[in-house]
Every structure is written in C-alpha cells, then in structure tokens.
Design a protein around this ligand. Sequence first.
Ligand code: NAD
Length: 561
Amino acid sequence: MNDKDISDAVAQVLNGYGSAAANIGAGTPPAQPKSGKPMSDLVAQILAETGSAPAAAEAAQPDHVPGSKRCCWSKAHPSDDPLDDIVNGLVARALGDKQPCTVCPHSAGSEAVAVSDEEATTLGDGVFATMDEAVAAAELAQRQYLFCTMAARKRFTDGIREVILSNGTLERISHMAANDTGMGNAAHKIIKNRLACEKTPGIEDLTTEALSGDEGLTLVEYSPFGVIGAICPTTNPTETIICNAIGMLAAGNAAVFSPHPRAKKVSLLVVKLINRKLATLGAPANLVVTVQDPSIDNTNAMMAHPKVRMLVATGGPGIVKTVMSTGKKAIGAGAGNPPVVVDETADIEKAARDIVNGCSFDNNLPCIAEKEVIAVNQIADYLISEMQKCGAYLIKDPAVIKQLEGVVINQKGGPQTSCVGKSAAHLLGLIGITVGEDVKVILTEADKDHVFVQEELMMPILPVVRAPSVDDAIDLAVELEHGNRHTAMMHSNNVRKLTKMAKLIQTTIFVKNGPSYAGLGVGGEGYATFTIAGPTGEGLTSPKSFARKRKCVMVEALNVR
Ligand code: NAD
C-alpha cells in the first residue's frame, strides 16, 4: 500500500465524519482507492501495517476509544459494525491533536477527586483482582496512550502531582503509610511525598537530539518501553509510586505497581486517586494499575508476564538481584549503607547538626540517610559532644550497647524488622531507657567491624568510627559503602579531600557539607528521585531512564544548512 492509497482511504473515511474532519478532508473528493479493495479491507490493512491489528483491538475489548482529538477518550459504544472501532482509531490518527480539546467532557480536570478509606482496597480505578487482568488493562491503556500528545502527557503527570498535593491528601497518605507499615515519621513523610510531587521531572526530561548533514536529518528520541512493572519498598511506599508514576507516564509508558504487602492499603489508595484524577483529564483508563492483594506471588507473576517489557525494583538486594536475572530490561535500585566522613577542617557544629537531622529523617528509613560516621580522631570528641547538643543520646557502656544489639539485630545478623523505622525514643525504651522525643539519634562509638557499622539498619542508631587521618577516613568510607555506589556525605572545607572522596567512593549521590536529604532535593538543588539505581548503573532515575533511545532517519532531506 502506498502513501496515495492511505491518504485516499483516510480522506474517504473522514468524509463521513462531518465538520470535525472538514479541515483535513477539505477539497479532497471521496476518491476510490487505486487498489480497488473494499474499504473495510483497506482500513484493516492500514491499521495492521501501523501495528493496530483489529483482531488485537477486539480481543482487548477497550472500554474507551479515541475521541475526535487524540488527547481525549470517550466511552466505547457497543457498535453493530466492528469496522466502527477500526475507523475510530484511524480517524484519531488522521486528525491528530493540533488544538486543545474543547468538546471532551473528561478534559476539564477541575473536579475534585476523592477515595474513601473503605473504597481504597475495593476493585476498580486501577485495582484488579489478578495480575493478568492488571497487565492486560495496562497494555491496552498504553496502546491508547501512544496516540496522546506530549501536551496531554504533561497534563496527566501534572494531574498526578495535583491530586496528591490537594485536599489534605499529602497528610492523609503520609499518616496512613506510617501507621500501616509501623515505620517512620508521618511529618517527614509529608516532606518526602511533597518532594516526589514537586521535584520529580516530567516530559521536559525527554530531550530530542537532531543530527543534520548532507545525508539528511536524523532524530534520536526517547520512546516508551510499553508496560513497566514497578516494585516498591515499605520504606517509601507512596513516594515511590508517585515518583515512578510521574516518570514512567512522562516517558509514555503504563505502570503496573507491586507494592509491599505491609503498605497495601495506602498504595492502593494512591493508585485509585491517580486513576480517578486521570479519568477527569481524559486519559486512557488504567495507565497506573495494581492488584487488590499485593504478594510475593503477584510480584513474581508480574515479573514473568510477557507483556511487561521493563522491570524497576526499588528495594533490598534480594529483589534487585531477582529482577536482574529475569532476562528483561531491569532497573535495580538497591540498598545503601551511606557513610559520612568528618575531617578536621569541617564546621563541626554544623556537621553535627546536619548529621543528626539527616540520620533521624523519617527515623532513618531513607536509603540515602547517614548510617555511620567516620570522624578524624582530632575532632571526634568535639563532634560527639556537639551531636549530643543536637539530640543525640550517647551510649558508652559496652554492656548497654550489647543489650541494644540483642534487641535490634535478628538471628541472621540483619536488622530486626519490628525495629526498622522506629524512633530513637522507642528503641531506647526497648532496653529500659526512657527519654523524650527530643532525642533523635542513638550514638555509640564502634569499631569498623561492628554490626551497627556494617549493616544497613534503617534505624536512628549512629555508630562513630575514628580514623587517624582524613585519607584513612576516606578509605574506610569506601570500604563501608560496600560498593553499593549509592550515597555518601562528607563535611570538610578542604576541596581537595572532598574531590578525592567523591572520586573514590563513586556513589550516585555525594553530599558535601549538608544533611543526606539535601541529596534528595530537600534543601539541596536539583530534581528528586526515589529510585536511585546503583546496581544497574542508571544512578538517578528520571523519565528518560524509563525510555528507549530510538532513531528516525530522513535520508537526503529536511536538513536546511
Ligand atoms: P524489600 O527488598 O524487603 O522489599 C522491596 C519490595 O520487593 C517489596 O514490594 C517486596 O514485597 C518485594 N519483594 C521482596 N522480596 C521479594 C521476592 N523474593 N519476590 C518477590 N517480591 C519481593 O525492601 P524493603 O524493606 O521494602 O525496603 C528497604 C530496602 O529498599 C532497603 O535495602 C533500602 O536501602 C532499599 N531502598 C532503595 C532505594 C533506592 O532508590 N536505591 C529506595 C528505597 C529503598
């Protein structure tokens, strides 16, 4: 089929579509295609050649079809003639989305959306009974999404930001996450959720590269993967859904979320709120989906599903290793054990304050939070005394340290789940020490092999290890980071030593003279991500991490130099 046949067929179809089609069809007589094939065959052939075979569309039973502009979608009407569906698709393609949609009732987007606590875990609005159903719905949504404009993508991702930031939702989901998981600090989760809404990049991240020369013009563009399976941690359950949903949809994908079972209710609530908001904006239904009962079996089903083209795991080493061994394109955002080095040139009072604040943020749940301090001997005592002034509770007695170890470390030598994300006051209470909530961090001195130093505890327990010199401190920090390439901090006014540590430690995030959360974007410049991919090398993820680079080559034309 040649171009003339296609335009003839389109013109003829448009002729039957009244004024909406008049602009494109104007002046074009309803020509009979040269091939002389019946129109139904011709249309089916066009769609098959452009990847929209009618058989697939019928099998998928879309509940929404393209409207007269590609940005909006209306409820499918059962039609007597299956050709109508095909024609709908063709017309949507032909018309494009050159003007903002003024006719679609879904596109206003100003209605407030709400989901009650009771509704949160029921089926519908992106929540499915089985992983198969969830993936099938996401696949259909993504096929429809392919024909939405970039302006529509921006509207949808802005809608996600807006629905979380409005009507007290930020506070609601932050409290619910802390209560459901039994981890973290709701006030700090509000900051993290706001950060995910406000600082996750959108479509502006997808820059196009144009290469022009005597042989024509080549475009290199970021194109969606399709359906992405995203596994979320308990530690940042809602932040990860918000951040990944914005990034994945900005890049043109649909997202299937696999939340941690402990964060089920709040995760389903966020998915539903996003779906209801997107529906008011005229987005294809089910761009963001999940299952009613998140479980390891469901996560495994998602990972194995042939329609899931990419996997993104934000979690511990086990799940990162699993996604990397699936044979699919995978992003693994794994564990960290961020060290903080303080040398003799640092502003010690500020360093003490920053370290206590960073370590206690959300009760040390963030994977970027300070997990151990390496202090140059010369300033170690002073640093410890300054940290005590900022809310650190120092335990010196080896017997008490042992007692704490017995409570917070499990039999396998890792963190006791029931203690992860608990406050310093709570943890001290477990060993019979009563303190006020002004105590933010538990401080101990330790040697480098101590379990508190070696393990990622995700509790506000901060061991301090002494080093004879800044060079020794840097070497030890590299060793204790365990090659995660995740996050590290340094407090120093010696730019050469700051540079040396940055080069040697190779972490995705390196914060100089500030608390760890500055690296996320709280009090530090730059965009935010809650999926920091050390193991697979993307580092900071953003929409372009969820896209493929594709090349479109025009030979011997369109170059204007
Ligand atoms: P986790 O590894 O226990 O769980 C993460 C997710 O994977 C959950 O949804 C869980 O249900 C699923 N999962 C775990 N094991 C599975 C298996 N065998 N099969 C199928 N699904 C499985 O981690 P967590 O406790 O929820 O989160 C804390 C960990 O995540 C920490 O190690 C932290 O450093 C890391 N983390 C990393 C980042 C990052 O950006 N690099 C961000 C947040 C958390």
